[in-house]
Design a protein around this ligand. Structure first.
Ligand code: PMP
Length: 362
């Protein structure tokens, strides 16, 4: 092999090998410009062509209507936990949060500084293994929005469809399942995602926001968090993360070349089925705590019945070039993140290893 491993990390995460190679080929002298993308002015025609193509390819992938803005921002998804209430609410407005894992919880806690958020459902007492049924939910009558985390990266629970808020907008953190399947953008007021799982390196966060929601930020909103500033300046108000945006662009191009997100979703389902079946058919040797109907296609947490073997499992897997399988420190066990760029061969090798490990330790 060429020395690359199967990288099951949750993010930053594996990117398509041929995309990395393409970037490598263009690194020293991008398209005859005599410089790398890292070195060019963000206001020059070369970089403008890069950011415009990245945006139009993303619009094509997700079918983003014209009345939505696409912003390339910095500060990670974490910054959006604050930017969302700052841009969409007054200080005394109430908003609702569905908390299906640690990320939803973090988003809720940050919002407390800028508006009046309420947790209308939490999966905490069931260790974040579920998504609630929507019709039983009691939304606040005057809520400005309902916030969800579409895929909880640590706990591995994923919304398979979306609630329609009775009042206000639906807002989703799609950091860990962005561009992994088709999404009806029109159901949402705003979608946001850090790039570093499915679409690029860390350092850029993508916000897709309905244009009529822009322009009402609270007075205290820093310029860097004000969507209007970024929308009016096509994400070029200040120096953007140029190289990250370029890498996302290469990934978007590749996803389109694969046939778009319907095709990508098929591949993701195949990989996830393979892995969950291996877990479920292990007679309890491996376990996944997440309710079957809401298991994530992207992040697969699992444990060993004989938990004292987990360190050994992770160590042996690493020897066979399957790395970063340790679960998040808050939940323990293992977690295999199998984003778009994880090849089927990586999941097949992991499943073969799991069967072999079980045969040796059962
Ligand atoms: N939301 C989700 C679902 C995430 O997985 C993460 C990062 N793991 C974040 C938010 C925070 O993202 P960032 O580190 O880019 O701020």
């Amino acid at each position: 092999t060429d020395g690359r491993v199967f990288n099951f990390a949750a993010g930053p995460a594996t990117l398509p090998a041929h995309v990395i190679k393409k970037a490598q080929g263009e690194l020293y002298d991008w398209h005859g410009s005599g410089m790398s993308v890292m070195e060019m002015s963000h206001r020059g025609k070369e970089f403008l062509s890069i950011i415009q193509k990245a945006e139009s390819d993303l619009r094509a992938l997700l079918n983003i209507p014209e009345d939505y803005a696409v912003l390339f921002l910095q500060g990670g998804a974490t910054t959006q936990f604050a930017a969302i209430p700052l841009n969409l609410c007054e200080r005394d407005d109430s908003v609702d949060y569905l908390v299906t894992g640690s990320w939803g919880d973090k988003a809720f806690k940050e919002a407390q500084k800028f508006c009046k958020p309420k947790v209308i459902w939490s999966g905490k007492s069931e260790k974040y293994t579920k998504i609630p049924s929507f019709h039983g939910l009691e939304q606040s009558p005057d809520a400005k929005y309902l916030h969800i985390c579409a895929n909880e990266t640590i706990h591995g629970v994923e919304f398979k469809d979306y609630p329609t808020p009775k009042n206000g907008l639906l807002i989703a953190d799609m950091s860990s399942n962005f561009c992994s399947k088709p999404v009806d953008v029109t159901k949402f007021g705003l979608i946001y995602a850090g790039a570093q799982k499915n679409v690029g390196p860390s350092g850029v966060t993508i916000v897709i926001v309905r244009k009529d929601l822009i322009g009402n930020a609270q007075g205290i909103t820093p310029v860097m968090l004000d969507y209007k500033i970024h929308a009016d300046n096509n994400s070029l108000y200040n120096t953007p993360p140029c190289f990250c945006i370029y890498m996302c662009g290469l990934v978007f191009e590749d996803l389109l070349a694969q046939g778009g997100l319907e095709e990508v979703e098929k591949k993701n389902k195949k990989k996830a089925d393979l892995l969950y079946n291996a877990i479920d058919e292990s007679n309890g040797f491996f376990r996944c705590p997440v309710e079957k109907s809401v298991r994530s296609l992207m992040n697969v947490p699992f444990t060993l019945e004989k938990s004292d073997l987990e360190t050994e499992f992770i160590k042996e897997a690493a020897k066979e070039k399957m790395v970063a399988l340790k679960g998040h420190r808050s939940v323990g066990g293992m977690r295999a993140s199998i984003y778009n760029a994880m090849p089927l061969a990586g999941v097949e090798q992991l499943v073969a290893f799991m069967k072999d490990f079980q045969a040796r330790h059962a």
